[in-house]
Design a protein around this ligand. Structure first.
Ligand code: ADP
Ligand code: ZN
Ligand code: ZN
Length: 802
């Protein structure tokens, strides 16, 4: 023992493993697990997070021990619980720990240290003398550095030369900026100190009255009591108020804390049973996860709200994961309504600053409920009582780039380790989750009826082989009739089509060649709004050619296949009095989505045409008709989850109809009226679908019968990719035989999407019921040498085969 201590650091770079650094004596107390540190990594300085402290000198000949450079946190950014969770995620998903840690920290905190130019004392003096005797150009650059440190990287050569001259003159220096940390926005609040005696002046009295219920931001106070700022200043002098600062909460433009606009409704019998079971489990040290299986609109959210109220009452915190916040603003609003300022919202549509503000409120314990999408599973909540995963079946919980984690599964692990309850809610649970309830490892609670007197909508299936759709709007006669009736009654309709664009493929009618993306193996889609062809995978765009590149025919290029853009146009033509809106990725991203949804909510849109964005949990009482224009688009994908995804989409979109006082009606147009996904969705029968799909997956041992790891190999050269894939498959086979493991290797095969962004893509599938055996084989593959530009990646529990 040397008495020296060492820190294992996950550096925020895509490199495997952790790296050891010596802890210098002066930092001994500040280097703690979870703290961000600045360390040297090769020639660079990067940020990292301390994962573990050790007393023994790390082994290995090439361990060159360098000191930890600097500690960036006084209170560690990640709690010991989150450090352990990140370790688990890195291990389970075979991902670099630094990348996991980066996902767990708010944006802007993981960036490598930058070199910046800053003023020296002499420089500050020179600025004070307005540049003194400096040449004009140097004066300009000096003034710029004086206003804010200037990053060295990306500086134009001429400016850099001037900066070097200033450096030589001793006016500026290069320093390592700690990090490009985004500063959270702060706001000022006023609060009463004790109970002030009656005061002279109406402004003062009004201000005191406005503060009686609790602290209020100065901005809000001024709005309520014009002139309040002056009054606060006077009251401050008299010692009657205190002013403090805190991070701006995006959820609370309101003053006061925890205002509830209306009381919670009385629970139905089924809701009561669910809430009671969950509350009992709160007291258990190792509660089993719950599946809250309830049809759309059955009051699941209300159950979450009640349980969370109990969680807060017990002095604990809660985490709520939702698929996409921008698509479900109503849900976030309900949490805000019930719990006010205690709710922090985290989602990718927010600015880095706003998100950091919310993260900080959680980290400090000022907010105790986190509501957010996927990455919020790492929210800095201490003393967790409950985690809710709403719409647990939703594919967006799986991260498909970088660390390929599934937020639902990480939530289950986090809850288990924290002794918290985990509630998975869905009308259409994933097969994996439902199988757990059948096996008894998860507890199932059901909500079978809607608490409001709204029956489930009636569903009709229309066979597109019998009823021909018109070529423009994709409406069969019965759906057209239903739409006309709906509009005549002054109600709203949603039409769902899972393809965006105007024409979804472009064909030369002389030779039959279709136009494809030159970089990907997919058809190009025509968009009318910009009169161009585009690839939905890589973003390539092009004009529509007159001449076929294959047979040189002129004027034979035609646009086929209908997308949402064309359907919306055609509906507007067919129903000239209807106001038609569209919701898909082309018209709406981020806050625009909320604008479109708000217009539907205000009944400024009669017919909403859209992609799967329209199927999410919207609650529009005016919608009485939902039309599915073609249920088959997703069924034909070469993916073992195609059927499950179709069932979920159909059931979800059907749930949008009839949420108001009038009953709803759903019309599903399909070429495959006998498909279990279609039949079961129409019958609102989850069990029927579950049984059919479970049987369909049995022979090939697809989840939940077994587990999968996808090995994905890609590179610019098809041959090299195929060769590498073959080598890896052999390696896998060898590892299996050596250790006698029960793992099946499928492939290598070219991926269904065989070329993407000029890279060929191949896959190997590893299947097994034995998770540990599966991992041993996967690990054996990671040891193989891969030379750039080839890439090999593992996808543990893949959600898609494409
Ligand atoms: P889900 O989350 O299952 O889609 P919600 O919780 O959004 O269902 O409930 C659907 C509607 O029913 C909402 O408008 C909600 O306010 C209402 N609701 C839920 N529970 C009750 C109840 N116990 N009494 C009256 N209305 C309720
Ligand atoms: Zn042609
Ligand atoms: Zn492309």
């Amino acid at each position: 023992m040397t008495g020296e201590r060492y820190a294992e650091v996950a550096v925020t770079l895509p490199v495997p493993g952790r790296y050891s650094y010596r802890i210098p004596a002066h930092l001994a107390t500040r280097v703690q697990p979870g703290a961000r540190v600045l360390v040297k990594f090769g020639p660079r300085k990067v940020t990292g997070v301390v994962m573990r402290l050790v007393d023994t000198r790390p082994e290995g000949v090439d361990v060159k021990l360098v000191d930890v450079g600097e500690v960036l946190d006084d209170v560690p950014a990640l709690s010991p619980e989150l450090v352990e969770l990140c370790t688990w995620v890195a291990d389970y998903y075979e991902a670099p720990p630094g990348e996991v840690v980066k996902a767990a920290l708010p944006a802007g905190s993981g960036t490598a240290a930058k070199q910046v130019l800053a003023l020296t004392d002499a420089g500050r003096v020179a600025v004070g003398e307005a540049g003194g005797a400096l040449p004009p150009k140097q004066r300009v650059v000096l003034a710029r550095i004086a206003s804010a440190p200037v990053p060295l990287a990306g500086l134009p050569a001429a400016t850099r030369a001037i900066a070097t001259a200033l450096e030589t003159a001793g006016l500026v220096v290069r320093v390592d900026q700690r990090q490009t940390r985004v500063q959270a926005k702060r706001e000022k609040l006023a609060e009463l100190v004790g109970t002030p005696p009656p005061l002279r002046g109406t402004k003062r009295a009004a201000t005191v009255a406005a503060l009686a219920a609790g602290p209020v931001t100065l901005a809000v106070l001024e709005e309520r009591v014009p002139g309040a700022r002056t009054a606060v200043r006077e009251l401050l002098k008299l010692g009657h108020v205190r002013v403090f600062e805190r991070e701006v909460s995006t959820v609370a433009a309101v003053g006061g804390v925890g205002i509830a606009s209306s009381g919670p409704p009385v629970l139905t019998g089924e809701q009561r049973v669910a809430v009671d079971a969950m509350v009992v489990a709160l007291a258990s040290p190792r509660p089993a996860p719950f599946l809250l299986h309830g049809v759309t609109g059955s009051g699941k959210t209300e159950v979450y709200l009640h349980v969370i109220a109990e969680v807060l009452g017990a002095g604990k915190t809660a985490l709520v994961l939702v698929p996409e916040i921008s698509l479900t603003p109503q849900l976030a609003a309900r949490f805000r309504d019930r719990f006010g300022d205690l709710v922090a919202i985290l989602h990718s549509g927010m600015s880095d600053q706003a998100r950091l503000g919310e993260w900080t409120r959680l980290h400090r314990g000022e907010a105790t409920i986190a509501v957010g999408a996927r990455s919020a599973v790492f929210a800095p909540l201490a003393n967790l009582g409950a985690i809710v995963v709403d719409e647990e079946h939703d594919g967006s919980f799986k991260q498909d780039e970088g660390v390929k984690y599934h937020a639902r599964d990480v939530a289950l692990v986090r809850a288990q380790r924290a002794g918290a309850i985990c509630i998975l809610g869905s009308a259409t649970p994933s097969l994996e989750t439902y199988a757990h309830t059948e096996a008894g490892t998860y507890r199932k609670l059901v909500l079978t009826v809607r608490p409001t007197a709204r029956p489930m909508p009636t569903v009709e299936i229309l066979d597109l082989k019998t009823y021909l759709p018109d070529g423009e709007a994709m409406l069969t006669a019965p759906l057209r009739q239903a739409l006309a009736e709906t509009l005549a009654a002054g109600d709203q309709a949603i039409l769902f089509l899972n393809r965006r664009g105007f024409a979804t493929f472009i064909l030369c009618t002389a030779c039959g060649t279709s136009l494809r993306c030159p970089h990907c193996s997919v058809s190009l889609t025509y968009h009318k709004h910009n009169d161009r062809l585009s690839c939905h995978y890589c973003g390539f765009t092009n004009r529509v050619p007159d001449t076929c590149a294959k047979c040189l025919s002129v004027g034979k290029i035609e646009r086929k296949g209908l997308g949402t853009e064309r359907v919306a146009d055609a509906i507007a033509v067919a129903f000239p009095n209807a106001r038609v809106g569209r919701l898909d990725r082309d018209v709406a991203s981020g806050s625009k989505v909320e604008t479109v949804l708000a217009r539907v909510g205000r009944r400024e849109v009669d017919v909403l045409v859209g992609t799967q964005m329209v199927t999410k949990g919207h609650d529009f009482p005016g919608v009485t008709l939902v039309g599915v224009l073609c249920a088959d688009t997703g069924l034909t994908l070469p993916d073992f989850r195609a059927s499950e995804r179709t069932f979920q989409l159909l059931a979800q979109v059907a749930g949008r109809a009839g949420r108001g006082d009038k009953p709803g009606r759903v019309v599903i147009q399909t070429y495959r009226p006998d498909e279990p996904a279609v039949v079961a969705a129409a019958a609102h029968d989850y069990e029927m679908f579950y049984k059919a799909e479970l049987a369909a997956r049995a022979d090939l041992h697809y989840p939940p019968h077994g587990r999968l790891i996808a090995v994905r190999i890609d590179g610019p050269d098809e041959h090299a990719v195929a060769e590498m894939s073959a080598r890896l498959a052999e390696l896998a086979q060898a590892a299996i035989e050596r250790a006698g493991l029960a793992v099946e290797v499928r492939g290598p095969v070219a991926a269904p999407l065989a070329r993407l962004r000029n890279r060929s893509r191949w896959q190997i599938w590893l299947k097994s019921a034995d998770r540990h055996a599966l991992r041993r084989v996967a690990r054996a593959l990671l040891a193989a040498e891969v030379v750039a530009p080839l890439r090999v990646g593992l996808d543990v529990d893949p959600m898609s085969a494409l």
